[in-house]
Design a protein around this ligand. Sequence first.
Ligand code: GLA
Length: 761
Amino acid sequence: MAASILVLLVPLRSARGLTNGLALTPPMGWNSWNHFGCSVDESIVKSEADAMATNGMKAAGYQYINLDDCWQTNRDANGVIVADPVRFPDGIKALADYIHSRGLKLGIYSDHGTATCQGKPGSYGYEYLDALTYASWGVDYLKYDNCNVPPNDNTNVDDARMAGALMASGRPIVFSLCDWTFVSYMPDDGNLWRTTGDIADTFSSFAANLAGDSPMAYFAAPGRWNDPDMLEVGNGGMTATQDQSQFSMWCMLSAPLIAGNDLTSMPASTLADLTNAEAIAVDQDAAGEQGIQVAGTALRQVWCKPLGTDFNTKAVALFNLTSAATSMTVNWTNLGMMAGPATVRDLWAHADLGVFTNGFTTNVPGDGVVLLKVVGTGPVLPVLGTNDLDDLQPAYAYTGSGTMVAGKSIGGNTITLNGVTYTNGIGVNAYSGVEYRLGAVASRFQSDIGVDDEVGSNGSVVFQVYADGLKIYDSGVMRGGAPHQTIDLDVTGVNRLTLGVNDADDGIANDHADWAGVRVIVSNSTPVAPGPPVGLTTSAGHPVGLMWAAVPGAAAYNIYRSTSGNGMFTNIISTVLPNCLDSNVSDGLTYYYMVSSVGKGGESGTSAVASATACSAPAAPTGLTATLSGTQAILDWNPAPDAASYTVVRATSGAPYAPVAAGLETTDYTDTNRLGGANYYYAVASSNGCGQSGYSPYVFASTNVTVGIRQSGSNVVLIWPEGTLQSANTVAGPYSDVTNRVTLYTNVISQPQQFYRVHIP
Ligand code: GLA
């Protein structure tokens, strides 16, 4: 029986479907697949959790113990997913409890198709039931695979349905999409998404996944991560140098750090790699920017990942993909920094190397990475007046094909949109990301955008503008030959402006995108703070919930509270997301709140005041039972203390709960509106003046209708107690009523096969 869930997520206003506030830095953990494959069991998983909790990994930030494929066997008569009773005899709930007792979290695995990649039951059509089941077990993370999808299936719809089911489950669950390629809906539906096929334990495989993960770098941000697949470090297929290279490059990618080796029997050197705090700090940097290759060649790559938001600090990887040691150089101008002095620290040697002028040269072992932190001087700020962006030094700039030349299309021609030529602009090819330091002095961002005339009616792209990681503009799909658009956006207080172009999910051929005449207008000589948040709303409860509209340029928000409307307000919380929960409240007291934005140019004024009285909703009812009486279901539950009324909700496995009765003052309810043969899941919540509890554990009630069959000569005789008989030629239908029959039907068997069911209205 499922445990009741009392945690209610605050729904956020956002274009994103998934607003669970999780994975603000890339998830860190372990997954069973790379080392154990299908041979995973309870004792292995417990041992891995014990190892992680005690060997220094937990202290280094690792959190998730993730079961991959093969933990499940079948669905029970009610459709509930069943853990393999031989390999997980105590069940997943007990395993979750064990892992939680070690201070860690449990991840689980399913598939948006009808079966997983190893042929276990998938979640297709069972999304809501599975999400509720995982929540009742205490699952914290779901990896959602891509095998055995029905013909003409829409992955986007499936993933969105599971995202909604997880959000509705009442438990915070990280959602990890595993569709083996990037599609542009994914940042809206997942906390992370696989960008490539499966990794193998070889140098060439990790290098291929590194390359495949890189184009969509500009999407990465707190809560949304590109996933180049798990670590193979320590699995034996690669040399010690190659292992260290994968770890270094995964940190450069802001990749999830999901170890894939056996944590119970690794050499000290592998553990040292996995727990290198300075490399992990690169991966977990709070700004959440993904690194990209900024210089070098295919075999000698110079990578840069901005750290923090000051434009002066970069992680740098010098990656030698040849087998022979080689000398490699990074110039500060490759990193979006000024020439001149900068300090260099080696993050594997844990040593400051000194101050170097204009660049740094070192010897890199074959297949090796030298991982550095460079602190120098960021690009100068735009100046008062109009600044053509192609005259400014970007923090980084990459394009999916060709070479960017300031003021030219990616084909090297004069930028031209619908016959109009431009002397300034940035011509790119999808996928492209270009980032600038605005330093909170600019007020407007302006550009014409479109596909360059040089490709005629070919090419299709999406232009996106991010302000300090918050998307403030999305063009939708723009095609070659279509009219260009003109954009003019408020960038007051914005420090970091990122211009992204993606391929509109149809490949990058001919995706010649122009930011034509692109410029920023600077009207402040000194940085200004972002605007104050608007739309602050509160929700009474315990905790009190707060949310407000995200502000471009806000890197964080301060929440101020007072216990009287005009009294002393104190800063109680700082958060990077535009919402928070205040748990430090006493029931019956009214609290007053204001919120400010904090950006590069300082702190804004405060928002309007919003208040809420702390109070506790009743606990969820216990002891819910469902008894069938004919086609009706009679529900009964125990009274919940402090409950004023009850709400009954009902679901089928693939659909969310929907209320069937609200405001009930008794502790029972009879559902008379049921379809014979269908499985229904019921739950009940209690309410009082403060709000609604979580749902009770769910119960099932499926109506079984017995149909008798008797042969009479060449006739088949069907007998049933009530309802209307329907027949079809295939099991999936379409079914139509067999007219004028109430409880008895005799038919000459004329078809090779016939299907019957009873419909009870
Ligand atoms: C797919 C996934 C892998 C792993 C296996 C399990 O191949 O991409 O990461 O989960 O399925 O069957």
